[in-house]
Design a protein around this ligand. Sequence first.
Ligand SMILES: CC(=O)SCCNC(=O)CCNC(=O)[C@H](O)C(C)(C)COP(=O)(O)OP(=O)(O)OC[C@H]1O[C@@H](n2cnc3c(N)ncnc32)[C@H](O)[C@@H]1OP(=O)(O)O
Ligand SMILES: CC(=O)C(=O)O
Length: 543
Amino acid sequence: MTARERLFLYDTTLRDGQQTAGVDFSAEEKARIARALDALGVDYVEGGWPGANPTDSDFFDAPPSLSRARLTAFGMTRRVGRSAANDDVLGAVINAGAPAVCLVGKTHDYHVTAALGVSLDENRQAIADSLRHLVALGREALFDAEHFFDGYKANPDYALSCVEAAIEAGARWVVLCDTNGGALPHEVFEITQEVTRRFPGERIGIHCHDDAGLAAANSLAAVDAGARQIQGTLNGLGERCGNANLVTLIPTLLLKAPYRDRFETGVTPEALTTLTSVSRMVDDILNRVPDRHAPYVGAAAFTHKAGLHASAILKDPSTYEHIPPELVGNERVVPMSNQAGQSNLIRRLSEMGIKVEKGDPRLARILDLVKRREDEGYAYDGAQASFELLARRELGLLPRFFEVERYRVTVERRRNALQREITVSEAVVVVRIDGERVMSVSESHDPVSDADQGPVNALSRALAKDLGRYQSYIDDMHLVDFKVRITGAGTDAVTRVLIDSADGQGRRWSTVGVSANIVDASFQALHDALVWKLVRDGAPAAA
Ligand SMILES: CC(=O)SCCNC(=O)CCNC(=O)[C@H](O)C(C)(C)COP(=O)(O)OP(=O)(O)OC[C@H]1O[C@@H](n2cnc3c(N)ncnc32)[C@H](O)[C@@H]1OP(=O)(O)O
Ligand SMILES: CC(=O)C(=O)O
């Protein structure tokens, strides 16, 4: 086997990822992500633009210690009319002290004249001076060639002359940027091939945006054409539609031919198994619900809903999986839904620790019930905990813990003592535990923050307030997501509520409720969430 070539991974989550609308990392969060990227095995971690904002400056003032990745500061080439040594914006970037510095500069002639308002020569000179200055200071110098592909299409000689200026000034890498994200794979291939032919020596990189949904494909096309550094971000964060998603590219490079045979990256197979948790950590920091359909790492990436698929998966998972999920730290799910057959069901039951033979009449009863209830508006593929309770009930394996006798929610709009208008929801839940009646009351209005948390929150708190001897089982549980959807139309319309809950053991589970009334639908989902937790934690049945 011939030796594999080194392919370098450059992460810009903390810089271009921070340019995503709605994303703002704190310096501590940046440090946490940088350490995770280092452990994953990326080669460069671009930490931000020192001097551009207080967070990025704070991050570089106390940078995380990285064991192998190179911390990189980002900035722009010197402005025309100042020397590189006297440009305060460039100075702040250099003074951050990072061992590598990446400077963006214009390579599209129109942008030079229209956006910068300088001559083509002045811009090219600014690129050369800025990079030479970095090299003289002993820094690893990188040049992000902004709008390179559009620039090459408009004026190839000028775009190439900017690349040449950067290389002659000593840049270790020149990174071709599809800044507007509109290039197609064949264009990226042809143009990158021309650049790598003219500037050999494994110093060309690629930086793609996803405006045409092609950032990952374009990055691979550039690698096919000779690029040896890929820039991208975790979960594809980035300006507008985002950057090339490293969470998609890394497993593709490690697991798929021809890349796995031709290239070596800093990511080991062991580190690859942490990819799903790294991706979810970023969502967690951003308080975002992870994309269920994300390639490789999404919760649905290895979920086999259709009966025909599940039947084959039980015989050999490769029938409907492009890779084994455990290679990227994900897992296989065979959910229940109206698309399911006995194979899905047997598989789900065995995951719950319940063994039932194919052909058992109870299987047909459960399948029938699932299909009928999905027709009424339930959706069990996204609410596996509710499905588990339904199956256990049908199989006679669901203990009775407590009975809900009644519940009530009232919503009142009134003035508080300061004459400010507030909305207050009050929930009352009455349960029977071991023959004893317990009444709990809860309000939605938080007197400390003066915020109204809504009727479902009041109901949830009242239900979980006093469950007698079951209380200790549910104390570490909390509601993490609440989704409402109206299904059907006109007089057939019903409300479906999906609730995600989590507990102190790091488990997360989903339950569903359906009713014409949103409070009833919510209560069903909340009730299922509590009961599932009691079942899973082995709480004893009522006396
Ligand atoms: C393609 C990319 O994503 S590159 C990364 C872009 N990231 C960011 O812009 C985020 C960080 N930026 C900032 O905080 C600010 O824009 C700063 C601090 C860098 C500059 O702020 P300001 O001095 O107020 O300038 P402003 O943002 O209005 O405009 C940018 C200036 O840089 C100039 N400029 C843009 N690119 C370059 C370049 N490669 N080289 C030199 N100058 C440049 C522009 O012409 C403009 O100058 P002008 O005001 O004289 O017209
Ligand atoms: C540098 C960069 O982020 C771009 O050109 O898209």
